[in-house]
Design a protein. Structure first.
Length: 152
């Protein structure tokens, strides 16, 4: 089962009657996110395959086994910032094993996003999910020296 934060987004989407309202909601999620510091917007944290500029960093709490995973991200496009917020609701605060076994596209399918995003945005979403899984995999294998990770 998805985390409560993601389930809330699913409920909110169901409540909103049309896609114009849903797009507005996604944009509002993006507006409410903290921005990523410019010092973290470097080539190592940039996600390739996105039409917009997107940066993602992992945050690992390695005090337990397996480590707990979270990430921060940013984009120069509000709708993409909103997609990052949705992915944060799906992944943040989970252990790396759960991140790696989450069927992201199955969960995102509950929002029907893929059918309402442009092909470029959809490809970008796929790239973001791939980056998140790659970062979680690095943490799961103990590669905490990855320049895209911050350790708590």
């Amino acid at each position: 089962m998805a985390p409560e934060a993601f389930e809330q987004i699913v409920e909110d989407f169901a409540f909103l009657g049309n896609w114009q309202d849903r797009y507005g909601y996604v944009i509002d999620l993006g507006r409410s996110m903290d921005t990523l510091e410019d010092a973290l917007k470097v080539p190592a944290t940039k996600v390739s395959g996105c039409a917009s500029q997107v940066w993602i960093i992992a945050i690992a709490d390695t005090r337990g086994s397996p480590p707990m995973f979270s990430f921060r991200g940013d984009s120069d496009a509000l709708i993409v910032r909103g997609l990052i917020a949705i992915l944060q609701a799906l992944y943040n605060g989970r252990n790396v094993d759960d991140v790696l076994t989450t069927d992201a596209f199955g969960e995102l399918g509950r929002l029907d996003l893929q059918n309402h995003l442009s092909s470029q945005r959809s490809n970008g979403l796929t790239s973001m999910v791939s980056r998140i899984r790659e970062l979680a995999s690095s943490l799961a294998t103990g590669n905490v020296n990855d320049k895209r990770c911050c350790i708590n």
